[in-house]
Ligand binder design. Structure first.
Ligand code: PLP
Length: 385
């Protein structure tokens, strides 16, 4: 248990809530969840499922009509052809990460994971007893993978490579060429890819390429996806993994031994999410884009901050290293003194030092208040130096 870490965004949220209870006004930019409501047609589908008595246990890998809908969706959207027996539905996308790493990795194995990246990757790699090898995603490279370094880091111990495109916490994206190059590096090797595609509907330029769609990669890839981010369904807890038949059977076994199955009502609602109108996804992405454009521009006007333009997700990852504070100190000061909750870059790995992660899943008026407060805080810190 000592090898498991916490997820700092939730700890920052807890402190922000404490300050609010003490009467402080806080702008919340710390948590990675869309500030939109789940679209109504999905909610109606959940009501209907409840009223129709779809309230019992379901099969461990997920109800068949949902797995059929996921298979169709993946073929249409990700260009990945899959059978329903290769799909395992889970309570949120997170369990796919946990199960995949537990299934594949143990002492003596190495796992290459994005840094900065979703903190649970490193935590679970350590938990499984494997060795985490960071894949640095650097500002100077627009938070893309350094292919030369990756090539050097791959060896006979490498069991799994984790990629996350678009990426949390940077909002950065791997290009199609990056994905093709990674596929080239592993195609002939005994290495799996965990492709975390949870943000793949939220992008502002070219659609991210699923590595599983690249020739020869389907059976070597575990896709992690879900409904939390695309359909504003974080609390519904529904995700899925797509993998080869053998791995899918093992993941189902882990489901039997842990959750039994994802909530049945939620699964019926998710069919509507995939098959119903997609206007809400388009509208949410358009709103995120407007906020991103505002935020990147406004942050770059603050003396001492430089902020890259992210290609996807709903995060920006500004460089705040010029202020001479660690990321954690900066985030703490910003929360306690200026009332803006954001996560220090090192909450996502040591390569996040010198950065702040801001989630722009908040309204434009609130983002404007946050920018004023950040500017004020930066001015005070600069004066004190
Ligand atoms: N992967 C990444 C990169 C995430 O940021 C998150 C959630 O923040 C997840 C997976 C897990 O999503 P879910 O809420 O579906 O478990």
């Amino acid at each position: 248990m000592g090898r498991l870490h916490n997820e700092s965004a939730f700890q920052i949220l807890a402190r922000a809530n404490e300050l609010e209870a003490m009467g402080k006004n806080i702008v919340h930019l710390e948590i990675g969840q869309p500030d939109f409501k789940t679209p109504n047609n999905i909610i109606e589908a959940a009501y209907k499922a409840m009223k129709d008595g779809k309230t019992g246990y379901g099969p461990s890998p997920g109800i068949v009509p949902l797995r059929e809908a996921i298979a169709q969706y993946c073929e249409d959207y990700k260009k990945v052809k899959t059978g329903i027996d290769e799909i395992v539905v889970t309570p949120g996308g997170k369990p796919v990460m946990f199960f995949a790493i537990l299934m594949l990795c143990q002492k003596g194995d190495e796992v290459i994971y994005p840094d900065p990246g979703f903190p649970i990757y490193e935590s679970v790699i350590n938990f499984a007893g494997a060795k985490p090898i960071p894949m640095p995603l650097l500002d100077k490279n627009n938070f893309r993978v350094d292919l030369d370094r990756l090539k050097k880091d791959i060896n006979e111990k490498t069991k799994l490579i984790i990629i996350n495109n678009p990426c949390n916490p940077t909002g950065g994206m791997f290009s199609r060429e990056d994905i093709l190059a990674i596929a080239e590096m592993v195609r002939e090797k005994d290495i799996y890819i965990l492709s975390d595609e949870i943000y793949d509907r939220i992008f502002y330029g070219e659609q991210p390429l699923s590595i599983a769609s690249v020739s020869g990669m389907k059976d070597k890839t575990i896709i992690l996806d879900g409904f939390s981010k695309s359909y504003a369904m974080t609390g519904w807890r529904l995700g899925y993994g797509i993998m080869n038949l053998e791995l899918a059977e093992q993941m189902s076994l882990l489901m039997v031994n842990s959750a039994s199955c994802a909530a049945t009502i939620t699964q019926w609602a998710a069919i509507e999410a995939l098959k119903g109108p997609q206007d809400a996804v388009t509208e949410m992405t358009a709103a995120f884009k407007e906020r991103r454009d505002y935020l990147v521009n406004a942050l770059n006007q603050i003396k001492g901050i430089s902020c890259a333009m992210p290609g996807g997700a709903f995060y920006v990852f500004p460089n705040i290293s010029s202020f001479g504070l660690s990321s954690k100190e900066f985030a703490k000061g910003l929360l306690e003194e200026a009332g803006v909750a954001a996560a220090g870059g090192t909450s996502f790995g040591s390569y996040g030092e010198g950065f702040l992660r801001i989630s722009y899943a908040n309204s434009l008026p609130n983002l404007k208040i946050a920018v004023e407060r950040i500017a004020g805080f930066c001015g005070t810190v600069a004066l004190q130096r």
